[in-house]
Design a binder for this molecule. Sequence first.
Ligand SMILES: C[S@@+](CC[C@H](N)C(=O)[O-])C[C@H]1O[C@@H](n2cnc3c(N)ncnc32)[C@H](O)[C@@H]1O
Length: 958
Amino acid sequence: MSEKFTNEEEDSGRDSPDKVVIERKLPLTAIDIESQKDMKARRYHSLRSLHKWFAARPTPASRLSVLGSILPAEVDDDELLKLMQIGPKQLRSGRAEYVERKFSESKGSGGLDDHYGYPNPNTQSPTTAELEQLHELVAEAWGGELPTVLDPTAGRGTIPFEAIRYGIPAKANELNPVASLIMKVALEYAPEVGSLNSEVNDWKEKIHKEAKENIEEYYPTENPDHEILNSAVTYLIECDSCGGDIPLVMKWWLNKTTSGGDAIRPIYESGEVRYEHVKVQNVSEPYDPQDGPVTRGDAECPHCGVVTVSDDVRDKITNNEFQYSVYGVNYEDSSGNWEFRAGSDVDNRGMSKARDRVESDFGIIDFLSTPITTTSQSGEIQRMGMEYWRDICTPRQLVVHYEYLQAFEKYKPEIQEQYGCKKSKAILSLLALASSRALSFNTRLSQWYDEIGCPDKIFTNNNFAVKKMFADNNLSAPRRGYIQRLEQVLESYQDLVSYTEESNAADIAQMDAAQISEKWENDSVDVAVLDPPYYSSIMYAELSDVFYVLQKEYLGDVHSDIFSSKLTNKDDEAVANPSRFNEISGDKKSQAELAKRDYEEKMTSIFEEVNSLLSETGVITVMFTHRDMDAWDTLTTAFIEAGFTISATHPIKTEQSDRVGMQGKASADSSIFLIGRKQETGKNSKSTLWEDIKRDIAEVAGQEARNIIESGYSISKTDMAIAAYGPTLHKFAQEYPVVDKKGEKIRPREALSEAREAVTEVIAETFLNTEGIDSLDTLTRWYVLAWLIYENDTFPYDEGNQLGVAAGVDINEIKRPTKIWGKSRGDIQLKNQDERVQDIVLLKDDSVDNPSSRKYPVDPTDTRFTYTIDAVHSAIHVYEREGARAAWDWLTERNLKSNQAFAVTVTALLEVLPKENGMRETLVNLISGETGEYLDINVDHIDMSGVDRQTSLKDHTE
Ligand SMILES: C[S@@+](CC[C@H](N)C(=O)[O-])C[C@H]1O[C@@H](n2cnc3c(N)ncnc32)[C@H](O)[C@@H]1O
């Protein structure tokens, strides 16, 4: 389904292939399957285990972006997949088919590698023979020399890492210091310094021993054979009514197992609480740990029953009116078993001791004392009274992190003295990364993970959510502490070393990508691969401050270039962040508009810089994921404005999803790869009239949707429109600049909107057997199409809005009068009859108050309805509220038998509503029995298998 376009090459003095592999049709399904395997736990790239970074592309996508952009198009799929290490080594041909076959076969009890018959490609590097062959082939295609690959927004560096792993020269740049450190370790130290196994292990022991001695006193224990690993901690606030202690716990689980697990039973006495450990064999008896005092933020006093509402709970924490309380402990006994016990006074003594230390020790006063700046992400932690980064820790957590830093500082001069400059920096960097990883599991933001009885990391989602039950990780414990974090860092580093034994380091920079021409010369790059920030999805700099402040304490003097600023650089970051414009405008809409413009300008500058570095016939590959059209609109405008044209596009699955082979859910998990070449000078000076290409655009998008469906390529209906954006944008870029009749520039958004409409039509044509949907009123059509495409009542606002355009309705205008949808966390939520139709029983009784008539817009006693969906919702309501007989009367009174729109809507809804949906169940009843006989709706074209249709009215009496 990918498009094939030939690039008319100019004679630039440097040879390059007319067409590269990624500009031709690709074995997408096989690559998608491999990407899905890659994203499963413990299978992904070793670079990801080095340290947290916020965006991760699967290795197959990164490899494809590099290899596909340098290999000449003549290289066939088998050769490409073999180089990507996909498929068994010995297989000579049919690799893509092999992978697809394996995917559809049922898997046995062994692991994925056993099933597929070849090892995880992440662990596989090309053999020397493969490398020689690759280099020969590539060099020949690129005028005798290997091309240089540039990634200007490289994050942790997965793309350039894969380039150097294949012996391809790479340049990598990243703005953010936290990502830059990871990148430096992977792209410079791994290939240049090599193994550091014994060195890091030696220093680890010394640092650990030193820190442990100074930490022990904060982890007192009644049983010295029980080494504390982790503690579950909560806040104790005082009830304003009775003065009793309220622990802010939602559920008392410490560790869940299939047969029950470990939990805490609180004992409330004389206004106080103490804890008892229980082994739960059956959750409902004798005690249900699900039942803590806190529900949806409100805390019910276990002593007097008075509720402290969530705002007051938060105020108490903000104003420091709380105590920390250890309610559960995970420990290791002398035989190495992991057990749980209740928190007790002895644990709280350890916490108090740390508090006294923090209050009295001047040494610790400056540790992590940088103020938290107000950003779009800081709101929640600031509202909890956290002003400085140290406030994300309890005093004990702070002391523990401080003691590890002290131990590191003690040995730093020895390390620097003993090894050469680069090697000592590499060792210190790995040690610091381990401490930074450890921070993640030991803060007030680190959730107690009751599924497995240990701490979770700060960023389970990409935001700072405050946890009322959090984990205290004893870093000095023999396992699950510093040692474990360091071993993970070292193991992943050693993997990277083994993958780059024969490689040269990448040429790396840490700067704003909009200025990289200050670092690298024009024409010094042949291929640019970009995985740019995803518009507004992740606020990298704001989030990474939490690691930055700690890493700067460790490495400020070692990497003074990386850690020169107070906090991470947010001003130059290319993200669409409306909160950055708070001071310029109080209006949310204009903030969003300014943010969009800012992102577009920054991305344009980045693309322009890439353009100037790229050789005349070079290739640029951009991967991008987003559901909002605004994101695509700005990114592609930036791309085209910077002087590129689109030579090919592909949809590729790059986001975590369990549903290869499944349609469903409203989430986008596909990216588009946009492949571009430099625009030929002078070619695009003539404008194209939008009216002249509008139809072609719709045709291209519709055709892409049809191609996808015909090819059997597995992609959700939601993602199909995104997949069609590729060819749409290609066409648009070809015709650029596009103007309307008044000469005003048309933005890509218009073309994408056109594409979405065309794809919706194709989806409706293909997946909806009911005919006549086009004759329905626009609101009803939108409602049916939304269920068809999203298979869910909730979906992103932007998409629903676009679908409204396709269906011919302004969904914002109809929201209030029809209440057909509501907003739920920024998403659209479709409403059913329960939230739209007034209560018919109460309406008929003048003597009672009927609140539903004030709340809901649809009056079921009406005889005519503006929208057919109102009639259908009323019919469902009457059936459910008054039974089948009343429904029969209601239908006949309105002569709905001969109402074609009513029949079309009922059958279409029967088709699109999920099987378990309540509306659908009642509709099935409505078309059955005597109401069914009356309506006489033909449902032969719909799959009603498994549906139990009622046959007579008596089945439905109330
Ligand atoms: C999608 S991520 C890249 C992830 C990367 N492919 C990886 O494997 O880690 C985008 C990156 O762009 C970086 N970035 C944002 N603005 C930048 C700028 N102006 N210059 C350079 N890098 C920037 C972000 O810090 C982020 O790491």
